[in-house]
Ligand binder design. Sequence first.
Ligand SMILES: C[S@@+](CC[C@H](N)C(=O)[O-])C[C@H]1O[C@@H](n2cnc3c(N)ncnc32)[C@H](O)[C@@H]1O
Length: 244
Amino acid sequence: MTDTISLAFDGLAVPASIHKIFATHFQTYFTTYYNRRADSLLNALCDKYGSDKGEIIPDGHPYPWVSHTYADVLERLFGHCREHVRYVFECGLGTNNPSLASSMGENGKPGASLRMWREYFPNAQIFGADIDADILFQEDRIATFACDQTDAEQVAALWEKIPDVQFDLFIDDGLHTYEAGVALFEHAFHKVREGGIYIIEDVTFESLVKFANYFEGKSFAHEFVTLHRPNVPLGDNSQVIIRR
Ligand SMILES: C[S@@+](CC[C@H](N)C(=O)[O-])C[C@H]1O[C@@H](n2cnc3c(N)ncnc32)[C@H](O)[C@@H]1O
């Protein structure tokens, strides 16, 4: 019995242990095969603003790594109702300070994904937060705040500034450690409206296993999405999605 399962279309090996480990936490899963669309609006907006959540054109990005494919999932979740989305929150604006954790690099475009959300969700108010106070900005339909996602008091203080808002979409694209993901989730999930969606991005396989243990026995409607790209290892191209 081989320890790996080869994906025929990209020749890369996925650890069979993914399936073995997750089978102890989940009873069901499904697999979707698809081709990326050249007419995807959200991927085009990633290119336009410089977010690494997706791409149409594989060259010329302000960040020096292969783009994620989250835009493909997000478009499936929200493409049919994007005019109805009212409130979006994202942790992680995309600092271009290379000395900070989870930086987009010195050519990064702070605020890229928030401007992308603003254009994709034409009737939404976009909120964002980041530990780097130097990249905060306020624009039409965008408000940003300084916040360390690992600090419960700072997160609570953030919600006091926007007490009446419940988010349709909440994205954690911040520090990307398991501990930071749990810290923010535990102090932010109540800000997602009923029916809304909370997404943790850039989750490594090791962190997926930790999240599986974290959610075990809890009643959250959570699911793991592993996104496979041609000729690139899975790496951190996975999401945890929790529905309220
Ligand atoms: C990958 S970037 C976000 C990219 C952006 N969302 C985009 O798609 O263009 C991650 C961001 O998380 C921020 N960050 C790192 N640690 C953080 C923390 N403890 N709390 C809040 N934000 C943090 C970094 O400063 C950085 O701006």
